[in-house]
Design a protein around this ligand. Sequence first.
Ligand code: CU
Length: 444
Amino acid sequence: MKHDRRDFLGLGAAFLATATLSRSVNAKEEESCGHPSKTKQPTIAYHPKRVLSPATMITSQKGKNYNPVVTLNGWTLPYEMKEGVKEFHLIAEPVLREFSHGMVVNCWGYNGTSPGPTIEAVEGDRVRLIVTNKLPEHTTIHWHGLILPNGMDGVGGLTQPQIGPGESYVYEFTLVQSGTFMYHPHADEMVQMAMGAMGMFIIHPKNPKEHRVDRDFCFLLASYDIAPGTYTPNPSTMTEFNLWTFNSRVFPGIDAMNVRVGDRVRIRVGNLTMTNHPIHMHGHPFEVTCTDGGWVPKSARWPEVTIDVGVGQMRAIEFTAAHEGDWAFHCHKSHHTMGPMGHGVPNMIGVKQDDLSEKISDLMPDYMYMPMGKNGMAEMSDMADMGMKVPENTLPMMTGTGQFGPIEMGGMFTVVKVRKHQPKGDYKDYGWYQFPEGSVAKKR
Ligand SMILES: [Cu+2]
């Protein structure tokens, strides 16, 4: 079933759907994947079931001989030490994820969030991962990139029986490598990953002096097809996704990466979408220092400002933050830095549309015609701000506002904030960069 926005954006002009139409699309979507979908905007604010309290953070970081990763808009899973084994509990379950202010999505994830919490451990650790399935169908977890006994690899049918709804399975193995890895189901993958079931698995080197950085960020790339006005991703979509996310968040809902001038910075990016993403960093050349296959030897590294992260791959990039400012960090496929509303509309660049609006409203008074992009799309950068009606639970195509005006992004985009005067021991976001006088490009 392809309930495409193109269907109601057709007729040779751009329309915005009415709420009625959106709801019928949503009802169809519920049938297609059997997931309990919301037909109304939830009235409660989104809260993950397990909020990482400051107390948890202190406990889980006490005595660590490594610098923990910062998961963008995410968290690290606490563990319990049981007779020398680090024991983690993962619960696969339906979750609500706020993608950005104004959009909440029915996802599948782990422990209350999608993506699930980051698992962090140290090379040489013995780990026990207890997986409980609260999804409506069977699942497994595959530990992507890990060297482990075959029976722990998590491929349903091939290396283990599927984990039925309500069942718990135990995975236990020793971590014999360090680097950046991922976890995801290897059971009905098409549906479960399209619904957001995935997470990161970070293994720090045994020797804390190896691969040491000051700031260590990580996130997963995920894509979704959620028809405007609806709440549930369509898992049958193969190429036509309309939401492109860092950790199931879209700009401006994505955390900035705050660093201090002089910091060695690592950003680990895993790709569990169905296409590649050329990830681009402004202002700082970087090197790829780690893939999901392991660390890249120093002699084999070269400078880049864009690195293509292929499907099922992980790339960790590193650079020394040298230049103060607000540096854009984004996927370079321009449609991947856009929100859903407005994709698939007819090309109106250069088309005279002055009387088209009246003609269409005569024919179809319930629809609102939007004279879209005669001179480009920038003129409709934030439809909601312009007082235009957008379907419920739907983000605009271009949004976000900086100190100089609209940023016109909406997908895989965030900012690396490099600051000279970031207070010691504090990486809070203190807002936009204060440009020295005379340092900003200006009108002549
Ligand atoms: Cu992309």
